[in-house]
Design a protein around this ligand. Structure first.
Ligand SMILES: NC(=O)c1ccc[n+]([C@@H]2O[C@H](COP(=O)([O-])OP(=O)(O)OC[C@H]3O[C@@H](n4cnc5c(N)ncnc54)[C@H](OP(=O)(O)O)[C@@H]3O)[C@@H](O)[C@H]2O)c1
Length: 264
């Protein structure tokens, strides 16, 4: 029997991943800022609902303690929880930027620290961090979100080397769109309004047509079964986009992306 701790399971990809892993036979420690919002109506002795707020370091320690006292070793940690912040960078306040990075980067790093310490003491483990296509390519008017997701990409790639001697593997899941309640807190600035509004509308229209979060959960589940050293797994429409990013010269990729967002 294996145990997983997942962050942000109140909705979207985290909820879908918690359900998929539960159905696959895992003990699931499903965390959220409010555990009462987790997998409502699901009764299962292999499911433990625990509070975890990425901005509250003590809640991370308490969640790991609760998980190991109920199920002993935690074999897998999925860093899924995250928030969005977009708009022209000029319009984003530095306090907004700090709050964003506190959740999406510092909070994720804090969970990785707790996971590494726990897994070292058990001699093995797997950490899966959910980033985004926006963690591999700059997306116009998503500078704060890209900064956060690029940071988690770098952090995870560095951890790959650090944790390998302890038999702890790390993996990245890079979704494109997924149809969830995820949205970007949006900052506006009159100088950019036409281009920023167009890009935002393209994103909203794309989100309506995006794949359901279960498609990302399937990739997370597949990654747990992959014993190879593979680090990155694209999901949904990031699969063709990242293939193109790999194949095209840098200037050509930026041309394609600009055209896709209707930018000159
Ligand atoms: N949807 C997409 O198109 C997409 C694409 C690429 C990557 N992603 C990434 O996928 C992950 C999941 O997003 P989603 O689409 O499933 O969005 P979602 O439905 O909004 O889920 C986000 C989760 O994060 C939690 N969360 C927010 N702030 C938190 C905090 N301070 N501490 C702990 N949990 C917190 C939310 O819980 P509360 O109920 O407490 O707010 C919620 O459970 C995120 O990392 C996101 O960046 C999403």
């Amino acid at each position: 029997m294996h145990t997983v701790l997942i962050t942000g399971t109140s909705s979207g990809i985290g909820e879908a991943a918690a359900k998929a892993l539960l159905a696959d036979g895992w003990n699931v420690v499903a965390t959220a800022r409010d555990p009462a919002t987790v997998l409502r109506g699901v009764e299962n002795p292999r499911l433990l609902r625990v509070r975890l707020d990425l901005t509250d370091t003590q809640s991370i320690a308490t969640a790991f303690e609760a998980a190991s006292s109920q199920f002993s070793a935690i074999d897998l940690v999925v860093n899924n929880a995250g928030i969005g912040l977009g708009g022209p960078l000029e319009a984003v306040s530095l306090d907004q930027l700090r709050e964003h990075l506190e959740v999406n980067v510092v909070g994720v790093a804090a969970v990785c620290q707790a996971a590494a310490a726990h897994m070292r003491s058990h001699g093995k483990g797997l950490i899966i961090n959910v980033t985004s296509l926006a963690g591999r390519a700059g997306i116009p008017f998503l500078a704060p979100y890209c900064a956060a997701k690029f940071a988690v990409e770098g952090l995870t790639e560095a951890l790959y080397y650090e944790l390998r001697p302890f038999s702890i593997r790390v993996k990245l899941i890079e979704p494109g769109g997924a149809r969830t309640k995820f949205s970007h807190l949006w900052a506006s600035h009159p100088a950019y309004s036409s281009a920023a509004d167009d890009v935002r509308q393209t994103m909203i229209t794309g989100a309506e047509k995006a794949a359901p979060p279960e498609r990302v959960a399937e990739v997370i589940l597949a990654a747990t079964k992959d014993n190879s050293d593979r680090l990155r797994y694209a999901a949904t429409d990031a699969v063709p986009a990242l293939r193109m990013l790999r194949l095209l010269p840098d200037w050509a990729w930026r041309k394609v992306l600009s055209k896709g967002f209707g930018l000159k």
